[in-house]
Design a protein around this ligand. Structure first.
Ligand SMILES: Nc1ncnc2c1ncn2[C@@H]1O[C@H](COP(=O)(O)OP(=O)(O)OP(=O)(O)O)[C@@H](O)[C@H]1O
Ligand SMILES: [Mg+2]
Length: 216
């Protein structure tokens, strides 16, 4: 769909509604890289790294082995205070600094951040929210890393800052066709690459996501 793959060291956004496969897509991207010698990092901003590790270990992606070998990492970076805590949210620059630290320490080349929506909620000053998110993405693009930012999307007709600021944007869709749920993937933009614009059927298999024919 993207002429062979993502251009390295750029920042991509993967958006989709609940349960559409964002986390699976992200971890599949990391696991494939890790199994071919490219270390990967999954960052949960919702303290969900352990849960994601457990959920994704059910697929044939060798997740436990790759993590044991330090080729794939799942970490939590605290972005919002725990329930009942009176503390404030962590700023994007602090989150960025923590990520950069890990990336350089472990020579990470593929990075997934789950999710940008969490970061959006954690920026308390609404006036500076878009600027902060734009700067966060700009700084990620300076890393020697191919990055996928996951972001929730309910209404595909309203675009967010990260969707404009990134180098490539992919949508996952979940919708009813007749009485059955159809899942699909669609490349919305891919700077520097010609790409397929069609919606293609997406299946969850024991090997995680699998792209099928276009939906007619
Ligand atoms: N073997 C499986 N293991 C786990 N999930 C599966 C499996 N097969 C299919 N699924 C589907 O995967 C979906 C979850 O995918 P995933 O967590 O990647 O979605 P998401 O877009 O990240 O969701 P959220 O918006 O909640 O973060 C489940 O709702 C389920 O329909
Ligand atoms: Mg998810």
């Amino acid at each position: 769909m993207v002429q062979g793959g993502l251009i390295q060291n750029r920042v991509y956004v993967l958006s989709g509604p609940p349960g559409s496969g964002k986390t699976t897509f992200g971890v599949q991207f990391l696991a494939y890289g890790a199994s071919t010698g490219t270390p990967g990092l999954y960052v949960s901003l919702t303290r969900g790294a352990k849960t994601t590790f457990e959920n994704m270990s059910g697929y044939n992606m060798n997740i436990p082995m790759l993590t044991k070998r330090n080729e794939l990492f799942f970490i939590d970076v605290k972005s919002v205070p725990d329930y009942g805590d009176s503390g404030t949210s962590t700023s994007p620059s602090t989150i960025y600094a923590e990520i950069v630290d890990f990336v350089s320490k472990h020579s990470i080349k593929r990075l997934v951040i789950d999710s940008m929506s969490t970061m959006r909620f954690s920026i308390e000053d609404q006036a500076s929210r878009d600027m902060e998110l734009g700067r966060f993405i700009q700084n990620l693009s300076l890393l020697d890393c191919t990055t996928i930012l996951l972001s929730e999307m309910v209404d595909p007709s309203t675009y967010s800052t990260e969707q404009y600021a990134c180098d490539g944007l992919i949508f996952l869709h979940n919708f009813m066709r007749g009485r059955s749920m159809t899942r699909a993937i669609q490349v919305i933009k891919m700077c520097g690459t010609a790409h397929d614009c069609e919606m293609r059927k997406l299946d969850f298999t024991e090997n995680a996501l699998h792209v099928l024919d276009k939906i007619v």
